[in-house]
Design a protein around this ligand. Sequence first.
Ligand SMILES: [Zn+2]
Length: 237
Amino acid sequence: MEQNKDLIQFDIPIAKRTYFNNSNSILKKKLLILSPFLLLLFSVFALRLIRNVEIGSLDNSNFQVLINHDHRILGHLPYAEIPKEKLVLIDPNIEVHVDMRDSLIKMRNEAKKDGVFLVFLSGYRSINLQNEIFYSLKSFRNQEAAERARVSAPPGYSEHSTGFAIDIGDATQRETDFETKFENTDAFKWLIKNAAKFHFKLSFSKDNKFIDYEPWHWRYEGSIEALKVFESSNRKF
Ligand SMILES: [Zn+2]
């Protein structure tokens, strides 16, 4: 029994080692032969994974990518506030950039000659006022920032702070003020036909993918300064 025990103790480790070494070298050989294929398989898998991640993130954050490219926030571009000395009062409580005053008043007069009565609803808005509008309405309406941004610009991102934006209504249909149904008024139909002659352009048309359609919101592009201000907005993606 003692001898047997010694033999077992002596034999088994060697047997084990030999067996293990054999299997190890076979495994190594197999791995060596297979390694190019495994490498190829791994590369293909890794490439597909990277591609899927890239495509996936593009699909999900196309919006985000566009934001990063032109500094949009929730679809709105940043705008600096107009220096106070460039503001002029055109109606009680309506201030605009001095560059667009004449054109705007001329447009209203020309419309009147055609029997169409434009009313100016909102011109220059300070970033502070925009702050109030954006955040107070947001909490009042219990809206998420992104949801709210579809209908109102975050502070610092409103065309109104440039003094080159004007919200227009129809004096004979005030119930359509700031409503999409303004598009059915004579005022809007007249503007669509004539506003370009006075260098006014609809900012948020129906095909704007970031911001909801605002038929009442027009901007002036009739001076070099105005064109510079809206340059990135006019750039096509
Ligand atoms: Zn507006």
